[in-house]
Design a protein around this ligand. Structure first.
Ligand SMILES: Cc1cc2nc3c(=O)[nH]c(=O)nc-3n(C[C@H](O)[C@H](O)[C@H](O)COP(=O)(O)OP(=O)(O)OC[C@H]3O[C@@H](n4cnc5c(N)ncnc54)[C@H](O)[C@@H]3O)c2cc1C
Length: 613
């Protein structure tokens, strides 16, 4: 009998940052009130004596009355404050899918399944949940679970999750591409959807036309609906996001499309996977749809390679995926094997899936041979056509307090630029120790507001190659940002739009006034070029300030590595279903499309197998 995964690190309560402050204030207040009452009780004799004296002395009577009035006022105020806004403590119920989640150490050393899904991420969770309705499914995830970890479970923990990283087990795995741009990938159940900024928007129509997949649009819409019913919310805009919406409209990014999950030109409020309490919902929550009796989820299960075998004894015949080898956190190896007509499906993401194909002997022959990996199939494009949408923008310290917000409002221009905004409260450490301030015991916090743009596409592409035979080590990655002039032109156009937003009336409130009464922004990092008509200066800004928006994709692109049914070309029983198959980005942020795709492929497999059996 297998023992379900235990959550050792559970916080039964978790608080938003603001609620935490409010709670601190209330605690302070109540404790002062308590000590006041205590000292009143201790000094009852003295007070009675004072009251007797006061009876004879009217000025003392007045001051005692004043003190008592103050006490009553404090009691009333506290009652009002605690009643008006109780601290929002976020209760956490243990998700019911945990009953079929197991630490890989508790999984058998060999077992058989109809479908083995590698990677419990954005596409992998909905895929496994859907398949479990008809088949016996194993979902293997190298990370742990988010439940019980406050930073992962709340919007306010977004930056901490990205900063608190280590080589082998942090929920975010950091990597830096050869372009010098720091990046991150999810390593936790829910994948990158469990560490991302939560913005949710369906793909644009061009994606369905150009992705190389013959989409059944009815099933596409049903699959989106399935996802949205469970984990998508309408965000509530506060000051920064509202100002950006107004600024975009003033800058001509119109019409205003209100709240919409569709990717349409103009300005809109998109969906969010954070609910109104700031709690994160991720692809892991789609496991709630699974049929518990048919599914096992193994966490801390690092898949090392896909097991391949020839289907016929003739040399040169097609190889089939017959299972996978994975390693648990004690270093013990396990074999998961597929039953007849079963499949291995890689959903390990745009970095993980090409890496696993290479480690399994599917990839460019020279690279495999150089690492001593037996070549199962020479597939020259594994790891090629890897893209990352460049992000450029500005950050300011605003002159007024701002809320903490991740992406909620977006501006979609016709010429390939896409504008988003965020505002973050970040800990601030002075580089030099001040002579006046001793090392502060608690950190100082600073609000930084950001306006950014990503370009559609991109056209520039890079590649990935093995850097180690250890699957836990990131491959070597290069994105070649702005290699293609089309991308530079789009970035310049987008940057000019950002300048338009900064010039809008809506942004005035965030400027500081100098000694002479002039108002201007306080930039953190580079400001936009002064002469925005100068093409070269603008292009230089794009190249100099490039960072990632984490929408990297490709590496097992449709038509190059997989066919229109996501099957690895030239192989049997092996598919790839995740962001690595995208040769074109979904226009918008990709998580909605990936979750839809997981559900979509699961339903397609079930329908096709029923049709042909
Ligand atoms: C910081 C950040 C912010 C983002 N913000 C947004 C946003 O606001 N909106 C949006 O739409 N998109 C956003 N994205 C992008 C989006 O989250 C990703 O594109 C998407 O989640 C990728 O999905 P995937 O299924 O391809 O891969 P993932 O979700 O990354 O899933 C891959 C899974 O496979 C596992 N895995 C890998 N290798 C192995 C192995 N060998 N064995 C076992 N398991 C393995 C990984 O641990 C991971 O869980 C963001 C991404 C990041 C990183």
């Amino acid at each position: 009998m297998l023992k379900p995964y235990q959550v050792y690190n559970t916080h039964s309560l978790s608080l938003c940052y603001n609620d935490y402050l409010l709670l601190q204030l209330l605690l302070c207040f109540w404790s002062s009130l308590f000590s006041l009452c205590l000292s009143l009780a201790r000094n009852t004799k003295k007070i009675l004596y004072l009251l007797q004296v006061a009876h004879k002395n009217s000025s003392m009577a007045k001051s005692i009355c004043f003190c008592l009035q103050k006490l009553v006022f404090f009691i009333l105020l506290s009652a009002i404050v605690s009643h008006a806004r109780p601290p929002q403590v976020l209760p956490r119920q243990e998700p019911s899918y945990l009953k079929f989640v197991f630490n890989a150490t508790d999984l058998p050393s060999e077992d058989y399944y109809d479908y083995i899904v590698v990677g419990g991420g954005t596409a992998g969770c909905p895929l496994a949940a859907s398949l479990s309705h008809t088949f016996r499914v194993l979902l293997l995830e190298r990370g742990g679970i988010a439940y019980g970890k406050a930073n992962l479970m709340t919007q306010d923990g977004f930056l901490s999750t990205l900063v608190e990283v280590n080589a082998f087990d942090s929920p975010a795995q950091a990597f830096t591409s050869e372009d010098g741009v720091p990046n991150a990938r999810g390593r936790v159940l829910g994948g990158s959807s469990a560490i991302n900024a939560g913005f949710y928007s369906r793909a644009d129509m061009d994606f369905y036309k150009n992705s190389g997949i013959n989409w059944d649009l009815k099933l596409v819409n049903e699959s989106y609906d399935w996802v949205e019913r469970a984990i998508v919310f309408r965000p509530e805009l506060k000051n920064w996001q509202s100002a950006v919406r107004d600024g975009l409209l003033e800058a001509g990014v119109d019409p205003y499309n209100g709240f919409s999950l569709d990717h349409i030109p103009g300005t809109k409020i998109g969906g969010s996977t954070f609910d109104s309490f700031g709690r994160r919902h991720s692809a892991a929550d789609l496991l709630l749809y699974a049929r518990a009796a048919n599914i096992r989820v193994g966490v801390y299960a690092s898949v090392e390679r896909v097991l391949l075998a020839s289907t016929t004894p003739f040399s040169g015949s097609r190889q089939s995926a017959i299972g996978v080898v994975f390693r648990d956190s004690n270093g013990r190896y396990h074999h998961a094997m597929v039953r007849r007509h079963g499949e291995v499906i890689l959903s390990a993401g745009a970095i993980g899936s090409p890496q696993l194909l290479l480690l399994s002997g599917v990839g460019p022959r020279p690279q495999l041979s150089a690492w001593g990996i037996p070549v199962a199939r020479h597939s020259p494009y594994v790891g090629q056509f890897l893209y990352d949408n460049p992000r450029n923008g500005i950050s300011i310290v605003p002159s007024i307090p701002l809320e903490h917000s991740l992406i909620q409002v977006v501006g979609i221009t016709e010429d390939g630029a896409y504008i988003e905004a965020a505002s973050n409260i970040i800990p601030f450490a002075s580089p030099a120790r001040s002579v006046f301030i001793h090392t502060p015991s608690s950190p100082l916090y600073l609000t930084v507001a950001t306006l950014m743009e990503k370009i559609v596409g991109p056209v520039s592409s890079g590649s990935l190659r093995l850097g180690s035979l250890d699957v836990r080590v990131n491959p070597i990655i290069r994105f070649n940002y702005f290699n293609n002039p089309v991308d530079v032109r789009r970035c310049v156009n987008g940057t000019r739009k950002l300048a338009g937003v900064l010039r809008s009336r809506s942004m005035e409130d965030f400027k500081f006034r100098d000694w002479f009464g002039n108002r201007d922004f306080r930039f953190v990092g580079p400001a936009l070029p002064v002469n925005q008509t100068d093409e070269d200066q603008m292009a230089d800004f794009c190249r100099r300030t490039v960072s990632t928006i984490w929408h990297y994709h490709g590496g097992c692109v449709v038509g190059k590595v997989v066919d229109g049914d996501f099957m690895v070309m030239g192989m049997n029983g092996l598919r790839v279903v995740d962001g690595s198959v995208f040769g074109v980005s979904p226009g918008t942020n990709p998580q909605a499309t990936l979750m839809m795709m997981g559900r979509y492929v699961g339903m397609k497999i079930i329908r096709d197998r029923l049709r042909y059996s």
